[in-house]
Write a protein that binds this ligand. Structure first.
Ligand SMILES: [Mn+2]
Length: 312
């Protein structure tokens, strides 16, 4: 409670507030960032409030980002949503502001910022932003339909449509609140889960070809050549990582997705803690959903060995 109060006090003190989120954004990154910006704009129309970062083509339905000059950071308050480590903050200018706030639900490995509000029991950062609104609604905070749409999308995204164990009674209660606002859930769900025909076909390839070991570990390797064959971008291939969760007997799995200059390692688990594996390869994330990068196909054997260790 105390931290939310301090954050609200700081927000009230600043005329310019710039909100960031992580690189390779997902709906929760956009949702928490955009939801917070909409709440602050509705609450403090006299302030200058911006959402910044690189556009993600697959998430344009969520929000347009603001383009701002470096000088806007002079004397500004910067808030970063949904980002565990400072290196993962999209737009490195976050450090140009006067004060920095971190709001996140990942393990607090890098407590950057003057104020740090981390709640690892929250399903999503969007859930935290709604909680922040609930805290502040009698202290000057207002919400609008667009904020509700963005926060709902963030919660839906990070909980896998309320399927993951991170989904709590509070998550459902907040989602229940949010659907009272005016936005089309059908339209939102269509945008969130529609896939291009070529990506559906790539999904078929993954389902036909994943390697399944006796110990419940599954492995998928998507080379540059294969992605070219399906005309799929690495970011699109990443959208498929969750599909192996339905395999009977699966414990944990890894997707290796080749990009221009690296191979992205995307780890998922139904129990074994796999962010420890990600950390061994300069990555990180949640206990059951994490990522890292390697630089040659030879290294995949090292990742698989570490993944097997945590699944023993
Ligand atoms: Mn998140």
């Amino acid at each position: 409670m105390y931290m939310k109060e301090k954050i609200l006090e700081l927000i009230k003190q600043y005329e310019t507030i710039i909100v960031h989120r992580h690189v390779r954004p997902d709906p929760d990154a956009y949702g928490s960032q955009g939801g917070l910006v909409e709440i602050l704009k509705a609450s403090f129309p006299e302030k200058n409030i911006y959402a910044v970062g690189k556009d993600e083509p697959t998430l344009l339905y969520m929000r347009q980002l603001d383009r701002i000059e470096d000088s806007v950071y002079n004397g500004a308050l910067v808030i970063v949503c949904d980002t565990a480590n400072a290196e993962r903050i999209c737009d490195s200018r976050y450090s140009l502001g006067e004060k920095l706030i971190k709001i996140d639900h990942h393990p607090n490995e890098d407590p950057y910022g003057d104020l740090v509000w981390v709640d690892t029991t929250a399903s999503s950062c969007s859930e935290m932003i709604y909680e922040f609104y609930l805290f502040g609604k009698d202290r000057g905070l207002t919400i609008n339909d667009e904020a509700a749409r963005l926060l709902f999308a963030g919660i839906v995204g990070d909980t896998g449509r309320f399927l993951f164990p991170s989904t709590t009674e509070k998550t459902f209660a907040y989602a229940g609140d949010l659907i009272h606002y005016q936005f089309s859930r059908t339209e939102l769900f269509d945008k969130m889960y529609e896939l291009e025909p070529n990506i559906i076909k790539l999904q078929g390839h993954v389902l036909q070809n994943f390697e399944f070991q006796d110990n419940g570990v599954a492995i998928v390797k998507l080379t540059k050549e294969l992605l070219e064959e399906y005309q799929a971008k690495p970011s699109e291939a990443s959208l498929l990582v969750g599909i192996l969760g339905d395999v009977k007997g699966i414990k944990a799995w890894v997707f290796f997705i080749e990009e221009q200059d690296q191979i992205r390692v995307r780890l998922r688990s139904k129990g074994p803690i796999i962010n420890v594996v990600a950390r061994k390869f300069n990555g990180g994330g949640h206990p059951l959903a994490a990522g890292a990068s390697i630089y040659s196909w030879d290294q995949t054997a090292d990742v698989i060995r570490e993944l097997n260790k945590v699944c023993e």
